[in-house]
Each structure stands twice: as C-alpha cells, then as structure tokens.
Design a protein around this ligand. Sequence first.
Ligand SMILES: Nc1nc2c(ncn2[C@@H]2O[C@H](COP(=O)(O)OP(=O)(O)OP(=O)(O)O)[C@@H](O)[C@H]2O)c(=O)[nH]1
Ligand SMILES: [Mg+2]
Length: 449
Amino acid sequence: MFENLSGKLQSVFSGLSNRGKLSEADVDAALREVRLALLEADVNFKVVKDFIKRVRERAVGAEVMRSLTPAQQVVKIVHEELIATLGETARLDLSGPSPHVIMLVGLQGSGKTTHAAKLATTLRKGGQRPLMVAADTRRPAAITQLEVLGRQIDVPVHSEGDRVPPPQICANAVKRARESAYSVVLLDTAGRLHIDDQLMHELEEVKAKTKPQEVLLVVDAMTGQDAVRVADEFNQRVGLTGLILTKVDGDARGGAAISVRSVTGVPIKYLGVGEKTDALEVFYPDRLASRILGMGDVLTAIEKAQDVLDQEQSLKVGKKLAKGEFDLEDFRDQLQQLKKMGSISRLLDMIPGMSQLTAGLAPDVTEQQMKVIEAIINSMTPGERHNPRIINASRKRRIAKGSGTTVVEVNDLLTQFRQMQRMMKQMTGAGKHGRGMRGLLGMLGGLDR
Ligand SMILES: Nc1nc2c(ncn2[C@@H]2O[C@H](COP(=O)(O)OP(=O)(O)OP(=O)(O)O)[C@@H](O)[C@H]2O)c(=O)[nH]1
Ligand SMILES: [Mg+2]
C-alpha cells in the first residue's frame, strides 16, 4: 500500500545525502518534494501542511545544519514526525471485569463481520474466551455469514434471528456471556451504504445497553479520504475508542492510514491485511513509519519468523552453533525450518540488506530435495552425522547405496553442509556484520534471547 510513497520519499532522501552540507534552500527543496509525495498518496492536506511545518522548524535548526550528517538528521526528524502523525501504539482495553464488550461499527462492506472473526481468533490466542454476536439483522445473509466464520474458527455465535431488535440481542448476549464465563463479547453490527440517523440511533442504543469497553470503527483503507470523513462522523455520533483499517493489502495509496489519527484523534489499533481470519496486524506507528521511509520493518518480520520457527529447536541449535557442535542432524532440522520459512522470505526482504543474506541462507528447499537430504542423512551412522569429516570415499558409496542416491548427491549435500556451517560461524562472530546479522541469528538460533 505504501510502495509508491515509500519510493518517492527514499529518492528525495538519497538526493539529500548526496549533498554533504545542507543549506536552508536544500531542505526547503526536499520538503517541497515530500509534500507533493504525501499529497499524491492522498494524505489530508491539513495533515500534510502541519507535518511539513513541524519538520521544517526542526530541520533548519542550527544544530542540524551544523552537524556532520545533516541529511541523516533530516531523515531522522521526518521519521519522528511521521510517527507522531501516525499516533501512539494503542492496545485493546481489556481491563476491568469480564466479559469485555467490543462493538464493531462501520459502513457496509468495510469488513466488520470478517474482523469480528479475526479479533476472536487473535483474542483466543491470547487466552480469552470469545463469543461473537450476530447483531446485523438487516442484511439477509449476515447472520449465516458470521455463523459460517464461527464454525471455521471454532468460536460460538450468539444469534436470535432477524426479528429481535439488535440492542436486545446484544444485551442478551452479554448476559449469556456473563453466565457462561465468556471473557470477550464481539458485537457484529449492521452497516449502511451511508451514515444515516436510523443506523446511528441503533448503534447508540446498542452502546447504551451493553456498555462496551471498545467501540471500534472498521474502515476501508481503499476509500482514502472518505474513510477519514466517515471516521470523524462516527466518532462525533457514537464515540469511538479505536479504528481497524482494513484492506491495507489492496492498492490504496496510504493517505487514510496517515491522516486518520491526526484528523479524528482516534487511534488505529489494527490493520486488516487480507480476507483470511488470521490476516490481522497490530498497528505500530513506529514500524509503519520505518516501512514508509524504507528503513525496513524489522520487528514485524522477526515476529512473523518467530511464529513460524520452532522456538525450542532454534534455541538448541543456537547453543550448538555457539559451541561449534552443529552437525548434520542439526543441518537437516535447520533445512526443515528454512523450508517453513520460505513463506516468510517476502517478509524478511523488508529488512534492508537481508535479501542477499537470506538468498544464501534459505535455499529453496523443495519437498523432493528435502526427501533426498533426509534419506542421505538417515543412511549415515550417528558418528558420521556428528563428524562428517570421517566420511571417506567408501563410506560415501555405502551411504549413496543405502539412501538410493548417488555419490554425487552425497557430495553435494556435504558441500552444502560445510557452506552453511561456515556461514553460521561467520554470523556468530557478528562484529563487523552489525546488528542485522546478529538479529537474524538470534531469530534462527535464539542467541539473542
Ligand atoms: N483484501 C481484504 N479483504 C477484506 C478485508 N477485510 C474484509 N475483506 C473483504 O471485504 C468484504 C466485506 O467484508 P465483511 O466482513 O462482510 O464486511 P461487513 O462490514 O461486515 O459488511 P456488511 O455486513 O455488509 O455491512 C468481504 O469480501 C471480505 O472478505 C481485508 O483486510 N483485506
Ligand atoms: Mg457484516
């Protein structure tokens, strides 16, 4: 979503850093381009104006101009001010006695029902017991849609058909949650094409009857500045505690995400990044700012990687590596992990300079290759696996025969193993390679923890 903007900003900054010392005119010229890029990304013009003013005030300050790296200082200021514009890191408020009521509101098709299921999924992962409530009695298929999702993720759905008024259904659901020890109640309310009084009254009534801790507006990022206007209006009428910006995976220009907090004062809490029930990201302003400025969203990438990788095993391998005991069995385990990582290689690319590294580290191990590798390693004796240097020509022939492979294949595997061993050793002695390497190693081997 931010690709275009990101590309433009990066070229502005690389132009700056080619200059060495900066004059006030240099800064102004750069900021003019930044301003244009933001406007083209559909950021609210008032937000842009304010942003540029704040950056300029700091950037033409004597300290920056006299520093040895004025361009970097300017980028740093832009980064900090972008974070300030995006807002604070805001979490769901699940304090106080349960059940906690979370009310989802928004226009038709913005993603309320889908995000009720996404939230239920992530909250349950966090140890909650969610109950979803079909409070959209208006659209004929709405109840069934939520029930289907509920079955998919195995979360119960409270519904009373389409004859009972939604505020009543919601009140009943909260009562049921209290009696049956559900800890979170997610209210999936009806949407309209446009904001109208009838909808607002209904929502106000639901709110009065259920006293939600959170009223989250689900808003479609693809609608750009309209999303900002809608958020402002919902906030005035119903009162919001947070926003879920959806369809961020689409080709929206990013303006809504950058402006909405600033214009409405309501924090973004989540980003919807796909149709599936796990396509939900917690919103971190600092990470998004880094991503927009091309600094790489390291933390998100690492979190994803940690989700995929087997922690305990990684830890074990990390310790072995440190002691120089990494052997062929670990190699096999590690390749299996790397295969799982395949799906996140795109994410690792978010880290500057990481793509070259992962190109070396994460060979595209296919299912078939994995089978061959396993067969070869399984045909070795424990001694050979632990100390492959003892594998001479006759042992290679035996291993090839035992695994139904050829000596060439056995040789290939041993070469690969040595390469990986060398690479990992280099990374353990991080030093000159800097934090990126240590970070990746920590991720792979648990050494940073
Ligand atoms: N790509 C993408 N699609 C999404 C996302 N969230 C929801 N959708 C899709 O958007 C469409 C509408 O989503 P719903 O959850 O039904 O929206 P709603 O707000 O409940 O709509 P109404 O009940 O009609 O008011 C569905 O096709 C979803 O799959 C997202 O984050 N990314
Ligand atoms: Mg719906």
